[in-house]
Each structure stands twice: as structure tokens, then as C-alpha cells.
Design a protein around this ligand. Structure first.
Ligand code: ASP
Length: 327
């Protein structure tokens, strides 16, 4: 059985010009540059979706690719690979994971070194991604990120370095598998969760605005003024285990009466707490004021989940339940 390959631009597809590299290579050009790919015995159905830096991707474009990937699987593909820029890959892969309903793997990959550089990593990443997408060992794992011969669960993976080819890591758990020689070795199998519904209309997704607010030292919170006029939800990236300055606690509490406000940590790994600290502005205080516990979700993933939920009409209780399940 074959694998469907969707290309979405990014460094993996970039090539030189005097002003710097830009996304230009087609899927056919990408695949011919991969030694060993043709010998895998995995027919590839290559589709060029968007040739853009990943900074330009939208939720809608990503969900359109997920829908097309889903059709490819229904039509018989053993799995799907998506190539894209690495900058937003942790968010796009998580978005896809939230709605992916199939046992067949949906695998995201990209590159840190563009094809004009010595040691370009795109070919190795693409080869490993196709191996994983075609592997029965990767079934029922949801959406995966394959990079640097590691297999990461989309729900946990982060881009952790601006230039390293080992940039993708899952700080709370590590990779769930590896590609070793030609074999896909899965070491741990996270339980799947029910897929969330897709937004019925483009308009509801495009019109849904969710803000992300990272707390910083001596923060006066002025940026939060009037937020409910423009936004439908807020993710707070609090200090440490989920703290804010005491003066901001009532401000966030008032916001939480009007829109869903999710509490996460700005630290990059670990969870927010629920009932350890007791001061004004602590996690206990903020949850009592109506903020939603973001659990282990990092702020970027929490924002993806919250926007998807609000775009599908979820109210506060549904939002809290979904974060209890995914966070
Ligand atoms: N700026 C690029 C992008 O995300 C970086 C990359 O692909 O690694 O499109």
C-alpha cells in the first residue's frame, strides 16, 4: 500500500536566490532528491498543497490538508506524510492530531538545513517519515512528528532550538520511537483520544480569535484591557506552576466570567498545579476565579485547542472537559 505525501513549503523545500532561499521545490523534486526512497517499495502519491514558509500557514489550510489526508486514507493509503516549515510544526501537528480519526499514521516532517547547504537534513527526514507512515508499528498512534530519526507524538512535541537539526523534542516524555536502519521501533504507545469535531464553516474558524498572554516580570497587564471586545478566548502563560502578579488576578477573573481563560506555564515543560500555593495570583486562586486548568499543555498547544473548541461552538463546560482530557 502507498503513502500520500502533501507538501506545504518550508526550509525542506527551499532553494537559493541572491536574496536568500525561498519555498520553491515541488514534491516531485523533493522525493527525487532522497537516496533510497524509490527502493522502499512504497508508492508515493505526491500532492503539492502550498509552497509557503510555515509562518504563513493558517488553521484553515492545515485542516484542509487533514481533510484531504483523511480522504487519501479512506481511498486506501497506508499513511500520510506532510512536509512543512518547522517554525509552526508543533502547532500544526497538534491541530491535526486533535481531529485525526484514523488508525493510519499522519506524519509531519521538515528540515532545519535547506537543500543548498552541506548536510541538509530534509532527505533523511523525509525518508524516515515515509518509513513511519508505511509502518504497521505506527498505526493507532495518531499524528506523529518524525525528525532526526526520532518519532514524537504530536501532543507532546516542541521545537526547542532555532537552528539545531535535533530541534524537535518532547520535554515531558522523550521520543516515543526511533527509526533504526530500516526499522521503525515504537517504544511506548500513548492512548488515543476521541477526535474533536471539525468546524463546520470556514467563517466560524476565521472569526474565532484566541489571544496568548505570557506573563513577564513587573507585568501591569495593560495589554489585557478591552480584550473581550476583540477576542473569544485567552491562554495565559503564567510564571512557573501557573502564577501571575496579585494585581492581575482579579483582572483575569473578570475576563474568565466573559470568555474562556486557560492557565498554562511559560516554563516550556511540566504542568501547572491545581492546589499547592494559596496566595492571590497563585494557581489555586486563579482556578477558583474561573480559569481553566491547562494541565501539561504548553501555551501554544493550549491556544490551538481553545481556538478549535470555540470555533466549534464549545461553551465553558465543554472547554473545561476538553482541557481535562487533553491537558
Ligand atoms: N522559516 C522556516 C519555516 O518554518 C523554517 C523551517 O522550515 O525550518 O517555514
Amino acid at each position: 500500500m502507498g503513502v500520500a505525501l502533501f507538501t506545504l513549503g518550508g526550509t525542506i523545500a527551499m532553494t537559493g536566490s541572491s536574496g536568500g532561499v525561498v519555498s520553491r521545490l515541488t514534491g516531485a523534486e523533493l522525493t527525487t532528491a532522497v537516496p533510497g526512497l524509490a527502493d522502499l517499495g512504497v508508492p508515493l502519491d505526491v500532492r503539492d498543497a502550498h509552497a509557503v514558509p510555515s509562518a504563513n500557514l493558517t488553521f484553515r489550510q492545515v485542516l484542509d490538508v487533514v481533510v484531504a489526508a483523511s480522504t487519501a486514507v479512506t481511498d486506501g493509503a497506508a499513511g500520510v506524510v506532510v512536509t512543512q516549515g518547522t517554525d509552526t510544526l508543533e502547532e500544526t501537528a497538534f491541530l491535526a492530531d486533535l481531529v485525526w480519526p484514523h488508525a493510519e499514521p499522519l506524519v509531519f516532517t521538515g528540515a532545519m538545513r535547506n537543500p543548498t547547504l552541506a548536510g541538509a537534513d530534509g532527505p533523511a527526514n523525509l525518508l524516515a517519515a515515509v518509513r513511519v507512515a508505511a509502518s504497521s508499528a505506527a498505526r493507532d498512534l495518531g499524528t506523529l512528528v518524525v525528525f532526526n530519526d526520532e518519532v514524537h507524538a504530536a501532543r507532546w512535541v516542541r521545537k526547542t532550538h532555532s537552528t539545531s537539526t535535533a530541534t524537535f523534542a518532547s520535554p515531558n516524555v522523550g521520543p516515543i520511537g526511533h527509526v533504526i536502519e530500516e526499522r521503525v521501533r515504537v517504544l511506548t504507545r500513548p492512548a488515543r483520544r476521541e477526535p474533536l469535531p471539525l468546524p463546520a464553516e470556514t467563517a466560524s474558524l476565521d472569526a474565532t480569535r484566541v489571544a496568548l498572554y505570557p506573563l513577564t516580570l513587573d507585568d501591569d497587564g495593560l495589554l489585557l484591557d478591552g480584550l473581550t471586545e476583540t477576542h473569544h478566548g485567552l491562554v495565559v502563560a503564567g510564571y512557573g506552576v501557573g502564577h501571575v502578579p496579585s494585581a492581575l488576578a482579579p483582572v483575569l477573573g473578570t475576563l474568565a466570567e466573559r470568555i474562556p481563560v486557560v492557565l498554562t506555564s511559560r516554563t516550556g515543560s511540566g504542568s501547572v498545579l491545581r492546589h499547592t500555593y494559596g496566595a492571590i495570583g497563585s494557581e489555586t486562586d486563579l482556578l477558583r476565579r474561573g480559569l481553566v486548568d491547562g494541565g501539561l499543555l504548553d501555551p501554544y498547544k493550549a491556544r490551538v485547542l481553545l481556538r478549535l473548541l470555540i470555533a466549534t461552538g464549545a461553551g465553558r463546560d465543554t472547554v473545561a472537559e476538553a482541557f481535562a482530557r487533553h491537558g
